[in-house]
Design a protein around this ligand. Structure first.
Ligand code: PLP
Length: 378
């Protein structure tokens, strides 16, 4: 990979911290025991997994017994939503059309296979949730499960999570929030957020791919999604991904240690682009609540009509700039974004999701402006 590449696709995944990679390599080589084995080598692996659990739990302000390691955000979302139906008998789900496919498609499966009903809360042109409509839906469907993401992975909107939690409490609903894009980027105190269930994905905060966690409030009654072993206190069968878990916990620790500084420097880049792109490219627009309560790491733009959507990503790629249109799932394809569709945004107009991390610089943002200006001229 070229060193000169500019990577603006951090909502899809982030670069692993070198220190985390080293720790994982060391763990993979030396800490090879199965945490379920009772001999010395196994016990050592168990100690590492439990230490990682305490770290993650401490950083999210939950109890270690409320953290379950998984393969990532997708599995965690699936497991929680299925378990709400299977173990708690909940049949009514309320969500929005802006959720990640791992939530939307799980809910569709619950409708198809389990006879559940899914209600969609209204959102406006900026992708903001209509809280009055949410209340109406909650009133109409007692004992529902609400699934609304903390920050949207395509447009960056941040949910008024406390207000949603209060409504859920008032109407006896359970609250699941997909926190994949916010863990490691915002201070997350699960007690303060007021959620019952939340999820973590290691590769979104400079940890490894294929490892994550779910937060399940104790006493909620959820049971295993994967069967066939007593791992994760009978909640998730399968030999633990020890070196992944160790790496993820360290990555979360490092992300939290420097959170304020990183947020300020990343926000500076986003603010610069908001201003410069508007100044330099007539007809550009920003999707979502970009200047409102929006995650500092995501900026979604629509370019002026007339820019060739098919050539946009290849041209950026040729200029050494890695960016996605829509979500990572549809990056590289011309599939329209379900999020922008739900917001009523014309997708004949080419759009880009620019997403940042601590490794980006203002000079990279300046280069992006120049390249986009050139593309829009032609
Ligand atoms: N939820 C959101 C909001 C995401 O952005 C992603 C990743 O793209 C996921 C869930 C899936 O996470 P993972 O890649 O760990 O399965």
């Amino acid at each position: 990979m070229k060193n000169s590449l500019i990577y603006f696709d951090n909502a899809a995944t982030t670069r692993v911290f070198p220190e985390v990679a080293e720790l994982m390599y060391e763990s993979l080589l030396n800490n090879y025991g199965n945490p379920s084995s009772i001999h010395d080598v196994g016990r050592h692996a168990r100690v590492e997994v439990e230490r990682a659990r305490r770290t993650v739990a401490g950083l999210l302000n939950v109890r270690p017994g409320e953290v379950f390691f998984t393969s990532g955000g997708t599995e965690s979302n699936n497991a929680i939503l299925w378990a709400c139906c299977k173990d708690l008998g909940r049949k009514h789900f309320i969500t929005s059309r802006l959720e990640h496919p791992s939530v939307l498609q799980t809910l569709l499966a619950l409708e198809r296979y389990m006879g559940c009903q899914v209600g969609f809360v209204k959102t406006d042109k900026k992708g903001l949730i209509d809280l009055d409509h949410l209340e109406k839906l909650l009133k109409a469907t007692p004992a529902a499960v609400v699934s609304l993401m903390h920050a949207n992975n395509e447009i960056g909107n941040i949910l008024p999570v406390n207000e949603v939690a209060a409504l859920c409490k008032q109407y006896g609903a359970l609250f699941h929030s997909d926190t994949v894009q916010t863990v490691g980027k915002l201070e997350i105190d699960m007690q303060q957020l007021g959620v019952d269930f939340a999820v973590v994905s290691g590769h979104k905060f400079h940890g490894p791919k294929g490892v994550g966690a779910m937060y399940i409030r104790s006493g909620s009654g959820l049971e295993a999604f994967l069967q066939g072993g007593a791992q994760e206190r009978n909640m998730r069968a399968g030999t633990e991904n020890v070196y992944g878990i160790v790496g993820m916990a360290r990555a979360l620790e490092m992300s939290c240690e420097e959170m304020t500084r990183v947020r300020e420097s990343v926000k500076e880049i986003k603010d610069f682009l908001l201003e410069k792109l508007e100044e330099e490219i007539p007809g550009i627009s920003f999707n979502g609540d970009a200047r409102g309560d929006s995650l500092h790491t995501i900026l979604n733009i629509s370019l002026p009509l007339g820019v060739d959507a098919d050539l946009l990503l290849p041209r950026l790629d040729m200029a050494g700039i890695c960016i996605s249109t829509g979500s990572a799932c549809s990056s590289g394809s011309n599939k329209p974004s379900h999020v922008l569709t739900a917001m009523g945004i014309d997708q004949k107009i080419p759009n880009l999701r620019i997403s940042f991390s601590r490794y980006n610089t203002l000079d990279e943002a300046k280069r992006l402006v120049e390249v986009l200006k050139e593309i829009c001229k032609k």
